[in-house]
Ligand binder design. Structure first.
Ligand SMILES: Cc1ncc(COP(=O)(O)O)c(C=O)c1O
Length: 385
């Protein structure tokens, strides 16, 4: 097969063979604890499932959704943006529903970058940023996220020559995988950076609602000047345990939303309208259902932080997200540690390097299982140190 240069520039998948290892060790009777993927074993709000059942037999929902989809969903999203962040947006021009936020994050660069244009990509980071910029023919510029600068993309360190060519700055706070959060001043600096360089601020807000101890992440659109340069991506996946339903949205500058919508007219025909109706039910259950779900993650976080510390790991207590980001204790690569974790402890963790070279030296666990399983996983991994 002759592949394209862009395709060949995609990074290799670092966990080749792990599925096979898992099958083998499960067949030998090991009770594997999977903390790898951020896909909690928790149910969506009951109202969401009920709504899908109601509309499944209604053939008017069986037609193409097209790009703008169900007006009722865009209106619900606009209402939610107002209630949650105090941000007013036009549901017709400033919101587009997505087949999961990943889809939009990866497709936006097709509207914005070409050869010679740069997309600034946090490293480690969600791989859709790198994939989108690369497949669109742009130049990803990877910036390392380090504990020393609170895992914020150090904007002042970006060389002028790169900044000048930057068309997209990807930011994601609360951050996967480092769990870092960003203060308002940092967003202000990022907005200023984008104004100065004619770049677009793409804020990935997949974890906006999974925050603890009273912390409430803000929308970047709340800040002055953001409406000129920013587009924000939201997801139903984590907030409502709806990962497989594939529903998210982009909101922000109408030109950017319009450009993404136009790209989408050439690559997809919208989300099933029944799922969009279920999305309305999810947003309707936000106020009374989400706090309980976040409480579940907070209890898991507390139990896991305690258990991993007791097992000798150096772990910070995250203010948000459903992860712990933990230094590899063994002096080996993160991939070697993840392989040993599975083979010798029956625990699946995500090696930091699978989210970019900048993640080397760390592994990530997802709070996808209950407290006692997390404690068991910590004890098993502690024995590997
Ligand atoms: C940082 C980040 N952004 C976006 C997504 C994608 O979410 P969705 O399921 O809406 O595509 C994820 C999912 O893991 C994520 O971690």
């Amino acid at each position: 097969m002759r592949t394209s240069e862009r395709f060949r520039a995609l990074p290799a998948y670092p966990l080749a063979g792990m599925k096979e290892v898992r099958r083998r060790i499960e067949a030998s009777g090991v009770d594997v604890i999977d903390l790898g993927t951020g896909d909690a074993q928790l149910d969506p709000p009951p109202r969401v499932v009920e709504r899908l059942r109601e509309v499944a037999g209604d053939m008017s929902y069986s037609r193409y959704g097209f790009q703008s989809g169900l007006a009722e969903l865009r209106e619900s999203i606009a209402d939610w943006m107002r209630v949650r962040f105090g941000v007013s947006v036009d549901p017709n021009t400033e919101i587009v529903p997505l087949i999961g936020s990943k889809e939009g994050i990866a497709h936006l660069p097709f509207a914005l970058v070409g050869p010679g244009d740069v997309g600034i990509v946090p490293d480690p980071g969600y791989q859709a940023y790198l994939g989108g910029v690369t497949l669109a023919g742009g130049e990803p510029y990877l910036v390392r996220l380090e504990r020393a600068h609170d895992f914020l993309v150090p904007l002042d360190d970006i060389p002028t020559e790169v900044a000048r060519r930057t068309r997209i700055l990807y930011l994601n706070y609360p951050n996967n995988p480092t769990t870092a959060v960003a203060p308002d001043d940092y967003y202000r600096a990022a907005i200023d950076f984008c104004h100065r360089h004619g770049a677009v601020l793409v804020h990935d807000h997949a974890y906006s609602e999974i925050a603890f101890d009273g912390y409430r992440p803000r929308s970047v659109l709340e800040l002055d000047g953001a409406r000129d340069v920013a587009i924000e991506f939201h997801s139903f996946s984590k907030t409502y345990n709806m990962t497989g339903w594939r529903l998210g949205w982009a909101v922000g500058n109408p030109e950017l939303v319009g450009a993404l919508t136009r790209v989408k007219t050439f690559v997809d025909t919208g989300v099933y309208l029944g799922i969009q109706a279920a999305g309305v039910a999810a947003l309707e259950s936000w106020a009374d259902w989400v706090p309980g779900n976040v409480g579940t993650f907070q209890r898991r976080r507390d139990a896991a932080v305690r258990a991993f510390r007791d097992a000798g790991f150096d772990v910070e207590c995250p203010r948000a997200t459903m992860y712990l980001w933990i230094p590899v204790p063994t002096g080996t690569s993160s991939e070697a540690f993840a392989r040993r974790a599975l083979e010798q402890a029956g625990v699946i963790v995500l090696p930091g390097a699978s989210l970019g070279k900048g993640g080397e030296g760390y592994f990530r666990i997802a709070l996808t299982v209950g407290e006692s399983r997390l404690q068991e996983a910590a004890a098993r991994l502690g024995a590997l140190r």
